[in-house]
Design a protein around this ligand. Structure first.
Ligand code: KIV
Length: 283
């Protein structure tokens, strides 16, 4: 790795060392070429952004999943551009190394390439995003082309696209059997339109592997098997802040719900019994 191309130096034990460089879209492409996997996580605020950044996570996505992980909605559909911009700004201000991607919400880009460009420009200009993500395959190629032409790096998102949940008939694996062709067509269409990477959600592993082999830009899987160039998870799922039934593709790395529940219960008990504040907390 040359100094120019390496997003991270490697420290003792393979951990990321300082100083590290800002991850750029070309670093992800170079990692694909070298066969190195990279990680993407969602983030919606300053502390998670700074922590995931410190861990060396290469890409932070301010997902429209904020709708159902921050704003309390049932789906990703209701969240608005004006709600996502401040979250994106907080993440962009707090991540020193990761590539920060702002997710374009439902209805903010589908109407026309011009609408898409103007929305994407707000994420770059007002929120400091380094790139935007948008859902859709071949039908969104004109939007991707317009943004790319206008200097905005685009991460495409194909396969199961949550904003089209109702059109797709619910959360369903896409690209099984004969419909695999459609996934391949979409992947090539978004790459040709200028996307710098492609998220594939809930796509059979062999289809995602085939797409990854055929594309020159990196693929990022969520429920798309181990052969993608990168992986993404929603952090509240992966680290156990959200409870309840998880999708099969989620691996849980922590139980933050339990950690917070225990801490909040202990605090309440300390206040109730007069253990807090103690003399050491009193002026
Ligand atoms: O909004 C989101 O979090 C996403 C990821 C799951 C890819 O689109």
């Amino acid at each position: 790795m040359t100094e120019e191309t390496a997003p991270y130096g490697t420290g003792p034990g393979g951990s990321p060392a300082v100083p590290r460089k800002r991850v750029r879209t070309h670093h992800l492409r170079e990692m694909k070429q070298r066969g190195e996997k990279f990680a993407m996580l969602t983030a919606y605020d300053m502390y998670t952004a700074a922590t995931f950044d410190e861990a060396g996570v290469e890409v932070l996505l301010v997902g429209d999943s904020a709708s159902n992980n921050v704003f309390g909605n049932e789906t990703s559909l209701p969240v608005t551009v004006d709600e996502l911009l401040p979250l994106t700004r907080a993440v962009a201000r707090s991540a020193r190394h990761a590539l920060v991607v702002g997710d374009l919400p439902f209805g903010s880009y589908q109407a026309s390439p011009e609408q898409g460009y103007l929305t994407a420009a707000r994420f770059m200009k007002e929120a400091g995003a380094h790139a935007v993500k948008m859902e859709g395959g071949a039908e969104m190629a004109p939007q991707i082309e317009r943004m790319s032409r206008g200097g905005i790096p685009v991460m495409a998102h194909i396969g199961f696209t949550p904003q089209s949940e109702h059109a797709l008939g619910g959360y369903r694996v896409q690209g099984r059997g004969e419909t695999a062709e459609r996934i391949l067509r979409d992947a090539h269409a978004v790459e040709e339109a200028g996307a710098f990477s492609v998220v594939m959600e809930m796509v059979p592993g062999d289809v995602a592997g085939q797409v990854t082999k055929e594309l020159t830009v990196p693929t990022i899987g969520i429920g798309a098997g181990p052969d993608c160039d990168g992986q993404v998870l929603v952090w509240q799922d992966a680290f156990g802040l959200r409870t309840g039934r998880m999708a099969r593709f989620v691996k849980q790395y922590a139980d933050l719900h339990q950690v917070l529940l225990d801490a909040a219960t202990a605090y309440r008990e300390d206040v109730r019994t007069g253990q807090f504040p103690g003399t050491e907390h009193t002026f």
